[in-house]
Structures are given as structure tokens and as C-alpha cells.
Write a new protein. Structure first.
Length: 242
């Protein structure tokens, strides 16, 4: 059976709607999974039932993480959080990590995972982090705009077998203080942490770049989806045989 992957919804508060970028869904499908977009809910019982039905979780991009979650006030008007999504993902991560369900985070996904585990963020790179590296590119979004160095001892290095990687980039927040329990897997040219793993868990990876935009043209992006789905299949097989 193909593993079922719960995908975090994107939220359009102006239109009062939930939506999804096809790249998240198609990247999972091409790697061999069945993507299902979750409803927007922080109800613990509903989330528990949802997690009982999936074999992996994809934390998508989207709104900024509310800085009050890591003890800071908002530094500028470009920081736009979504309280309902923050609330959902707090409860979701609590339960998913307890169940040791495979998790892949992308963009906001790496940021929220870090905050949930006790880390902090640069709220707004243009005003808080001096750099000449492009982190907020214009379309097309599948074109690499900077490189990351892959840490030799990391699981990402074991998968890709490269020391550096060209990546696309579309974000204005980033990890500042790395949370306890996370280990860096990739560092940008200007020193930002761009990929992490949680070594004591079955599979918890997160990247700052956007494989959902580039998996069709970049084998490394597709490999990340493939690795995620492989671990989701392992989780499925383990739960079936319990």
C-alpha cells in the first residue's frame, strides 16, 4: 500500500479559504505517496484521529511564525503570522513526535519545527541579517539562486553524497538559535542554517529551500521527497505489523 501523507493547509485569511500548491502534492505523489490536505484545526482529538490515518506529515510553507512563540515582540510590519495555523501545528507536532511519525518540513516547516522545540528565528532577514545572498527570489522559483554547504556527518550528505548544493530560495525568516534536539545538515553561503534533522527520531528532516518547486528539474529535490516517502513506507509497515 502507498503511504498516506498529511499535508498542512495553506491559509488565505483575506479570502477566508484554505488552499494548496500543487508541487507539495505532486512531489509526494511522484515519490510514491498519497497526499491528503489536512483541515485547519487545533482540536487534539481530531488531530489524533488524523494522525492515526497517515504515515507521514509534510509541514508546508506559508505564514510567518508568531514571534511571541519564542518570546519576542514583532519587529516590523512585514512579519505576518497566522495564529490558527500556529496553534494547529503546535498540537500536531506534539502528537506526531510522540508517535514518531516521519516528518518533512519545508520553508516555514523548518522555522516552526525549530521554534516548537525551543529555538528562535530571525523575524525579518532584510532588517536583521546583513547579507548579499539572495533569499527571496523572483520567479521562476525552480532556479537555484545560492548554494548551501552540506555537513559531512549529516543524513543529507549520506543521501545526496555532495558537499554543496545549489538551491532555490523564497523566505524572509530563518533559524537564529538552533533548538536542542535538532542538528544542522546544511549551511548557506552567508551562514544561515538551511536544513536540519532530529537524529533521535525515525525521520524528521526540514529544509529552508523549496523542493516542491524544483523536484522536476533537480534530482536532489526529488531525492528528498523519495527519502521521506521511503521512511513513511517503513513507518507504515512497522505499524501494520505491531
Amino acid at each position: 500500500m502507498k503511504p498516506i501523507i498529511g499535508v498542512m493547509p495553506l491559509v488565505d485569511e483575506e479570502k477566508d479559504s484554505l488552499w494548496m500548491l500543487p508541487g507539495y502534492m505532486d512531489g509526494i505523489s511522484i515519490a510514491g505517496g498519497i497526499p491528503v490536505m489536512f483541515p485547519l484545526t487545533a482540536d487534539s482529538k481530531d488531530i489524533s484521529e488524523l494522525l492515526d490515518k497517515v504515515d507521514g506529515i509534510l509541514l508546508t510553507g506559508g505564514h510567518d511564525v508568531d514571534p511571541t512563540l519564542y518570546g519576542e515582540k514583532m519587529v516590523c510590519s512585514s512579519v505576518i503570522p497566522c495564529g490558527r495555523r500556529d496553534g494547529m501545528e503546535q498540537e500536531l507536532l506534539k502528537q506526531a513526535l510522540e508517535k514518531d511519525i516521519p516528518i518533512l518540513g519545508i520553508c516555514r516547516g523548518i522555522q516552526f519545527l525549530n521554534v516548537y522545540l525551543g529555538g528562535t528565528l530571525y523575524q525579518d532577514l532584510p532588517s536583521q541579517y546583513s547579507t548579499n545572498v539572495e533569499h527571496h527570489q523572483e520567479p521562476p522559483y525552480d532556479v537555484p539562486v545560492h548554494r548551501v554547504d552540506i555537513i559531512k556527518e549529516s543524513s543529507l550528505n549520506a543521501l545526496l553524497k555532495v558537499s554543496s548544493l545549489p538551491v532555490n530560495s523564497y523566505h524572509h525568516q530563518a533559524i537564529k538559535d538552533l533548538a536542542y534536539g535538532l542538528r544542522a545538515m546544511a549551511i548557506s553561503e552567508d551562514g544561515l542554517i538551511e536544513a536540519v534533522e532530529m537524529p533521535e527520531k525515525h525521520f524528521v528532516w526540514a529544509v529552508q529551500w523549496h523542493p516542491e518547486f524544483s523536484y522536476k528539474v533537480n534530482i536532489s529535490s526529488l531525492s528528498i521527497f523519495n527519502e521521506f516517502i521511503k521512511h513513511c513506507m517503513n513507518y507504515q509497515n512497522h505499524t501494520v505489523t505491531k
